[in-house]
Design a protein around this ligand. Structure first.
Ligand SMILES: Cc1cc2nc3c(=O)[nH]c(=O)nc-3n(C[C@H](O)[C@H](O)[C@H](O)COP(=O)(O)OP(=O)(O)OC[C@H]3O[C@@H](n4cnc5c(N)ncnc54)[C@H](O)[C@@H]3O)c2cc1C
Length: 429
């Protein structure tokens, strides 16, 4: 069988990063994307932390069509009828180089694909890869629409459900407990209204996180990011928690209730709903990372389980970009040395361990077990809201001292063995 240097399955960030790098190294690369165009099927929150990925694609980061650089973090903790908001900003985030940007994937990925094509990559949209081809026990190409394409290396960058990794027997089918479902809406809103409403200027952006009763005690939370002239609003909820919920609750109902909460509705007021999407996110961190290579094949990005929910943020895009770039480097060396064996490609795992990806995932390997504690979404938001209620309410009766009020609320919510265990569990993250 004739072979090109590399075939990449999936035109998301991981696949495009690999295509860009391999084409820049002068390799023949074919990337197949099942969507109408790169970015058309891709869902993210989305805030991209660029510092960790700068060394892998410095030129791309310089020119990329980002939306706004984030200078403000807002956390809103909600009880059923009350809420507490914490806002944090820092002047250092207002100076270049910026730490993180909001992005719209339809725009970003399409632009990235053009950059990869300028380097010489062939990007073929509307092409779904169905099968892997095998030769002497190694992956030797792909089959798409009945057509075979031979390759020295296949890079599976086909996202969170990765049927390619499954077909290569690198991972088993999806376990609901390891995933969350996310719903996302994009609202069009005038640029000036966004800046006035969120207290921003000069392309500054805000990242808002919502937690507590919006997920009805289930693992998850909401997000709201400011883009140039749109807002990205979404809600994430654990699939396992949703399946166990009694009475049964449709995920979209949660989203409907979420967006009409006054704490959320005020941000999107007057906005025109432009897009609605839903997607799955890997929540298991390192636990869900499979073997990442086999003879003739490497797995990158979400397909490799490289995503991390740190509670305060979801990280996956910089992992996708960096792992795609590292996969390309290893594939390039393997092709050079004419050795695409399982043993040679194990270099990929070694390089991921030397990068920021595996070490960060190691540090937060207990995130899921800490975050899936339902008390985080019920007891503690109630504690915070009731504590503030006790302090701020002045009624017809005599006002208690702040200390006494705080002690009463703390006794109600924190004086239990569960609370002690929860505090101890924080040491794990
Ligand atoms: C709601 C939500 C919020 C998130 N928020 C953030 C955030 O704020 N910050 C952050 O860093 N990360 C966030 N993440 C995670 C982040 O979006 C992902 O980690 C990242 O998009 C992974 O990129 P990828 O290229 O690996 O996969 P994807 O972007 O999913 O790309 C995979 C591509 O493969 C294609 N494909 C699949 N199968 C085939 C096939 N058989 N043949 C051809 N093509 C195929 C798909 O169409 C798709 O284009 C979020 C995720 C979600 C769902």
């Amino acid at each position: 069988m004739d072979k090109v240097d590399a075939v990449i399955v999936g035109g998301g960030l991981a696949g495009l990063s690999a295509a860009y790098k391999l084409a820049s190294a002068g390799r023949q690369v074919i990337l197949l994307e099942r969507g109408d165009s790169p970015g058309s099927k891709n869902v993210t929150g989305g805030r991209m932390y660029v510092d960790p990925m700068r060394e892998y694609l410095p030129d791309i980061i310089k020119e990329a069509p980002f939306e706004r650089h984030v200078v403000k973090e807002v956390i809103t903790i909600l009880d059923d009828n009350s809420s507490t908001q914490i806002e944090y900003s820092n002047d250092k985030w207002k100076a270049e180089p910026f730490m993180s940007y909001t992005v719209l994937r339809a725009k970003f990925d399409n632009w990235f694909a053009e950059k990869a094509m300028e380097k010489g990559a062939f990007i073929i949209p509307k092409k779904k890869v169905d099968e892997l081809l095998w030769e002497n026990g190694r992956v030797a190409g792909i089959r798409a629409d009945g057509e075979d394409i031979g390759a020295h290396v296949v890079i599976a960058a086909d996202g969170v459900l990765s049927f390619m990794a499954e077909k290569a027997k690198l991972r088993s089918p999806l376990i609901p407990a390891n995933y969350a479902v996310a719903m996302k809406e994009i609202y069009k809103l005038d640029e000036k209204i966004i800046e006035d409403r969120f207290g921003l200027k000069d392309n500054e952006g805000a990242a808002n996180l919502f937690m507590g009763s919006v997920t009805k005690g289930m693992f998850g939370g909401g997000f709201l990011y400011t883009n140039k002239d749109t807002l990205s609003l979404g809600l994430v909820v654990g699939i396992d928690a949703l399946l166990r919920k009694k009475p049964y609750l449709e995920a979209y109902r949660l989203m409907e209730e979420f967006e009409v909460r006054p704490e959320i509705a005020r941000w999107i007021k007057g906005g025109e709903l432009k897009e609605y999407s839903a997607h799955i996110i890997s929540e298991a961190g390192l636990q869900a990372v499979p073997k990442l290579y086999t003879g003739g094949m490497l797995v990158a990005g979400d397909a490799a389980g490289l995503a991390l929910n740190m509670g305060i943020t979801i990280r996956g895009m910089e992992f996708a970009v960096a792992s795609g770039a590292i996969a390309a480097e290893v594939a390039n060396e393997a092709i050079e040395k004419r050795d695409t064996s399982d043993t040679f490609l194990s270099l990929y795992e070694k390089r991921l361990k030397e990068s920021f990806i595996i070490p960060d995932m190691e540090t937060f390997r207990h995130s899921k077990s800490v975050l899936e504690n339902p008390r985080i979404f019920t007891v503690y938001p109630k504690f915070i809201c009731e504590l503030l209620d006790a302090i701020f309410t002045i009624g017809k009766n005599n006002k208690e001292s702040f200390y006494k009020s705080a002690k009463t609320v703390a006794k109600k919510y924190l004086m239990s063995w569960e609370a002690v265990k929860d505090i101890m569990s924080i040491r794990k993250i």
